[in-house]
Design a protein around this ligand. Structure first.
Ligand code: NAD
Length: 428
């Protein structure tokens, strides 16, 4: 995060307040929805490999479960804070509502850097997180999933701990599990593919031929890698990716104007989505500052790393050529930057719509796990395409009809659905 004063929770609340205003929501519903229903903050003691004990800080926030069990990832990050988790849990509520799946919003995290932990230490940390929360989460109440720096192995350790505590098998307790161990085919692709499905629909609407476009991506992790895969399959030309360099504690952008082979780039990338800076130069990429991804002369920008990346300070460095920004990450654009992008007429596909493919496929995984019956990959990805396309078209139709910025249109649809569920239950 590049601004210590930035608070994602305040930003999420500000976005919600704007939507509440547009919807003319009553005061009780506003007061209820602008804060989480439940929050858990706890310590996790972990025995380290050298025999010492280290205390980690863990979080789980359940923003709203009016439409179904809370759903949301667990992030391992050294700068994790309760406010980040609150914001992300709120965005999960709107995300599940915008794609119309019967789930609420939750999010979890641990303040840690897995780069500094052995696999055994990571396993103990995962099991500790579940032990702290086993009474408060579960397949019928709150279903976790992976997020930044957590993966299918972490999910399996967590499932194993939960099942050991409960004394039975609960494959629907968590999603993002390895395929063959309760995971869904298509889950690794789902978020990145989902981003590109919304881009495909947006380009159709704007009359842009995707095959003649270029794109720049921030981040080269799960979301970005699969977004690039589908973008290339559809004929698009990615020319820039950026990532974090752990050794130097700064980010870099790598540019290759005539495009690149995704497989080759993947072969020099580690499990955290860090591209080897020396080897990428040998492949003919130009190595630029971390911020350069935003300044590229491209048609499409895909922020797919962290929140607070397109801000009031840097939004004007975006090229006039950029027509679409598809938010793969959660909360990459601040409200100040939104004002400028709105004026410029850039089509911003908001995070909770653009990256909803992940939770949609997680929902499919949960359905399959609960039934103990697993679908073919084509079936899952076909269902994903249908959900994402319908969600994008519903939001854009509502936005066009009411002359709304796409983020406002998506917020109005989602908040209205959640508010209606709360009212129908007699909560507000
Ligand atoms: P990941 O950990 O797999 O990859 C993150 C990538 O971002 C890495 O390449 C890393 O090097 C890069 N990065 C980190 N800090 C950076 C910086 N300052 N500048 C440039 N690059 C930086 O994470 P992911 O799963 O791909 O998630 C990325 C974003 O998408 C997050 O905001 C996450 O919340 C969101 N998201 C993920 C999913 C999912 O299913 N994975 C679903 C919805 C939303």
């Amino acid at each position: 995060m590049n601004d210590m004063a930035y608070n994602p929770y305040k930003m999420a609340q500000r976005q919600f307040d704007d939507a509440a205003e547009l919807l003319d929501l009553d005061q009780a519903t506003r007061d209820f929805l602008r804060v989480p229903m439940r929050e858990y903050q706890f310590t996790i003691p972990v025995r380290m490999d050298d025999g010492s004990i280290k205390i980690f800080r863990g979080f789980r926030v359940q923003h709203n479960d009016a439409r179904g069990p809370s759903k949301g990832g667990i992030r391992f990050h050294p700068q994790e804070t309760i406010d980040t988790v609150r914001a992300l849990s709120m965005w999960m509520t709107w995300k599940c509502a915008v794609v119309d799946i019967p789930l609420g919003g939750g999010k979890g995290g641990v303040c840690c850097d897995p780069h500094d932990l052995s696999l055994l230490e990571q396993e103990r940390l995962c099991r500790g997180w579940v032990r702290a929360l086993a009474k408060n989460i579960g397949p019928l109440t709150d279903v976790p999933a992976p997020d930044v720096m957590t993966n299918s192995q972490h999910m399996l350790w967590m499932l194993d701990e939960y099942e050991a505590i409960r004394g039975a098998k609960y494959p629907g307790f968590i999603t993002g599990k390895p395929v063959g161990m309760g995971g869904s085919l298509g889950r690794v692709e789902a978020t990145g593919y989902g981003v590109m499905i919304t881009v495909r629909e947006a380009m159709k609407e704007l009359g842009i031929d995707l095959q003649n476009t270029t794109a720049s991506f921030q981040g080269f992790g799960n979301v970005s890698q699969y977004a690039i895969e589908l973008y290339q399959q559809m004929g698009g030309n990615p020319v820039c990716v950026s990532c974090w360099n752990q050794g130097e504690q700064k980010s870099y952008s790598f540019v290759k104007k005539d495009g690149f082979e995704l497989k080759t780039l993947l072969s020099i990338t580690d499990q955290f989505g860090e591209i080897d800076k020396n080897r990428v130069q040998e492949l003919g990429f130009e190595v630029l500052e971390g911020s350069a991804w935003l300044e590229q002369e491209v048609d499409l920008l895909v922020p797919a790393a962290l929140e607070n990346q397109i801000t009031g300070e840097n939004v004007r460095s975006i090229s006039k050529r950029v027509k679409i920004i598809a938010e793969g990450a959660n909360g990459p654009t601040t409200p100040e930057a939104d004002v400028v992008l709105k004026e410029r007429g850039v089509l911003v596909i908001p995070d909770f719509l653009a990256n909803a493919g992940g939770v949609t496929c997680s929902y499919f995984e949960q359905v399959q796990s609960n039934q103990n019956y697993y679908w073919a990959k084509e079936e899952t990805l076909g269902k994903l395409d249908l959900k994402m396309t319908n969600a994008y078209l519903a939001v854009s139709e509502f936005g066009n009809k009411n002359k709304l910025y796409l983020r406002d249109a998506a917020y109005m649809i989602s908040v209205d659905r959640v508010a209606n569920a709360c009212r129908a239950r007699g909560w507000v």
